[in-house]
Every structure is written in C-alpha cells, then in structure tokens.
Design a binder for this molecule. Structure first.
Ligand code: PLP
Length: 388
C-alpha cells in the first residue's frame, strides 16, 4: 500500500477545535438525549418560493445548460449593482467592479491567491470566520491576529497597530456585521480604516455576509463602499446566502476596487467556471423582489434574539444585545473556559453552542449562540440552560 503524506499547507493547519464538541455531541445523543443545536450559522428557514420558481423556469432553458461565464452574467452583475445602489446608495460598474462568486466563501478563499506572495503579512481581525487566516496561509502569508475586544466594541483598535505593521501588511480582513461577535461597524471606523489603508497601501477585505440581518430599521449596517475613498483600497464580499436563506445555492458577489475585482476574477478564470446560470437568474429575482420576504425573516430573528437575550440576562450571563447578524455572543460564567462551559452545557442539558476560542484566541471566554432554530426550540434550550 502506498503512503501519501498531506502537503505541508494542510498538515500545518491548526487543530479543528469543534471536533471535540462533535464527538461529545454524538456521545450525548447516543444516551438518548434530545439535542438542540444552536451551533450552526445556517438559516433554518426555507428559500422563498418565488426564487425556487425562478430557478425552475431558468433551468428549463437550454442556454443555461452550458458553461456559464466565470465573471457572471452581466444581468446578474447589473442586479447586484442595482441592489447596492438601492440599499447603500453606492454606484458600482457591473463590468469592472463586480464579480460573481460561488458563494462568498469561495471568493474569500481564493482572494489571497491573487494578491499575496509567500512571506507577505496579512492582518486578520479576530475572533474571525476561520477562512481568512486559512486561505491566507494557503497563499503563504504570515498571519497576524488583530484582537477584537468588548472594550473597543469589537472593532480593531487601529491606533494600537504600529506603523511598521501597517507598512508590511498586504491585506487586512474585517467582517461587519461580525461573525461571531455580532458587532457592527460605524461610519467613523470605516473612514479611519480607509484613511490608514490609503496611507499604507493596504488592501481591505470586508466580509459583508450579514448586512441584511438587522434589528433596527433606523440603524441598518453599512457597506464599506459607502465610505469616501473605499474603492481605492477595498473589496467587499457579499452573498445571497444569509439574506434570502440561500446557503445551499452558492450565489455571491465581490464588489469594489476594479484591480482587486479583476485579480480575483483572474484566479477564478483558472479554477472554476462560474455559477450555474439558472441559479444566477434566480439570484436576480431574489435581489429584485426579495425585500418583503427579508423583512419577514428579520421579524422572526428579532423574536428569537429577544427570547435568548431575556433568558441569558435573567441568569446573569453577560452579553450585548446584537444589532445585526444571526448570533448572540455571550461571556462564559466566571471560572469556565469556553471549551469547559460548552462541554458542561452539552453534557448536562443537550444544548450545543459554539466555543468562542474556535474563532481564534481572542474568542476565549465567550460562546456563540445561533438563532437558527424556531422560537419554541430556542425557548426549550434557554429553559434548560437556566436550570443548569
Ligand atoms: N462570511 C461569514 C462571516 C460567514 O459566516 C459565512 C458563512 O457562514 C460566509 C462568509 C460564507 O457564506 P457563503 O459562502 O454562503 O456566501
């Protein structure tokens, strides 16, 4: 039997911190415990029917059975431009400033290959979606974690980053509304960041996957592209996944600086062949006509959020009230590490939450609850937690 060794880039990946939780979950389930999983960031609500109908109609057209264009149908990119204009009042050129993605994860994972050489420095605001450091590492980058703290509203403290670091940095990954902390970014923060990035020639990658899950119509999350000068330095990743409950459809976009968009497009030209055109047509329908449905989803998430927050506060678990995202980021009780608390919760109540340190060292001392189960199950989960 031949022996095959994994490439160093895989062999040196940090251990998968959720593996122990997965094992424990199986152990507890095997004892007949009814498991409630609040660990998954995947919306439980179905995709609206009109989007499925649009897919069905588009799938019947033979022209859609061939290879799609790797940058995406111009009509899809135009629909993205129209949506950005209507939602954020941002003008985008669909020919040069938008590329379609097979979900934003795909684009984020490929982006460093376009701009990072081995040994380049990449900054990652953390706790973080794990793809940023992993994809940067695959491209040979040295990754430096920029911690997000409660005291700084989970925004990176830009003044704490010294000039040497700014000079060396090639890319700075940020994500607002943030997974896992649920923090949102202010216009002032984006202005400062864009100013620094322009001064030091750093690429800003902003992951905007959760901008449409917000709880206050008068305080909607921003796009970094609303910031003057952002197009000089930034690319923003977005997706239909969380907005329209379309995680399985794999339909996203990157927008912004034309050189950054073109660089990502060049990688994609060489590694994939774009999104199934029928999915793009369904995506156009979602972007054009989805808003009334999204309003309904927001109401459901708000009810869930309020139920969780009320219960956590009652039992003195400290957490902020999220303004956006499908997550609640809570502090573990005194004396418990993230892993200890999550294991105890699972063993004693059958409720699965995600340990904060799974999103990087700055997440230690926290756990994440996903609002992706219905209110009755959430109520059951919080009632079990409160009896702990
Ligand atoms: N960005 C963040 C912060 C996420 O949490 C996720 C998925 O969970 C993604 C991006 C990827 O989303 P998709 O590839 O479905 O667009």
């Amino acid at each position: 039997m031949s022996e095959f060794k994994l490439a160093d880039r895989l062999a040196t990946l940090p251990p998968y911190l959720f593996a122990e939780i997965d094992r424990l979950k199986q152990e507890v389930a095997a004892q007949g415990v009814d498991i409630i999983s609040l660990g998954i960031g995947d919306p439980d609500l179905p995709t609206p029917d009109f989007i499925i109908d649009a897919l069905y109609e588009a799938a019947k057209k033979p022209v859609n059975h061939q290879y799609p264009s790797y940058v995406g149908l111009l009509t899809y990119r135009q629909a993205v431009a129209d949506w950005y204009k209507q939602r954020f009042n941002v003008d985008l050129d669909p020919e040069k400033e938008i590329v379609s993605l097979i979900g934003s994860k795909e684009g984020i994972a490929h982006f460093p290959l376009a701009f990072v050489n081995p040994g380049d420095l990449v900054l990652v605001a953390s706790p973080n979606y794990p793809v940023y450091p992993v994809a940067s590492g695959f491209a040979g980058a040295d990754v430096q974690i920029i911690p997000l703290t409660d005291e700084n509203d989970f925004l990176p403290d830009l003044n704490a980053i010294d000039n040497d670091t700014w000079k060396k940095a090639k890319i700075f990954f940020i994500n607002y509304p943030n997974n896992p902390t649920a923090a949102t970014a202010t216009a002032e923060f984006y202005e400062k960041l864009v100013e620094k990035a322009r001064e030091f020639n750093v690429i800003i990658v902003q992951d905007a996957a959760y901008t449409e899950v917000y709880y206050d119509d008068n305080n909607k999350p921003l796009s970094i592209m609303e910031t003057p000068g952002a197009k000089d330095v930034a690319i923003e990743f977005h997706s239909l996944s969380k907005t329209y409950n379309m995680t399985g459809w794999r339909c996203g976009m990157a927008v912004g600086n034309p050189t950054l968009v073109a660089g990502l497009g060049k990688i994609k030209e060489n590694v994939d062949s774009g999104i199934f055109q029928a999915v793009q047509e369904a995506g156009i329908a979602a972007l054009k006509h989805g808003e009334p449905h999204v309003e309904g989803f927001r109401k459901i998430y708000k009810e869930r959020r309020d139920c969780v927050i009320e219960a956590l506060h009652k039992i003195n678990i400290s957490c902020r009230v999220p303004e956006a995202s499908i997550f609640v980021w809570a502090k573990t009780p005194e004396g418990y590490s993230s892993s200890d608390f999550v294991s105890k919760l699972l063993r004693e109540t059958g409720v699965v939450v995600t340990p904060g340190n799974g999103f990087g060292a700055p997440g230690e001392g926290y756990f994440r609850i996903s609002l992706t189960v219905d209110t009755d199950r959430l109520k059951e989960a919080v009632s079990r937690i409160s009896k702990l």
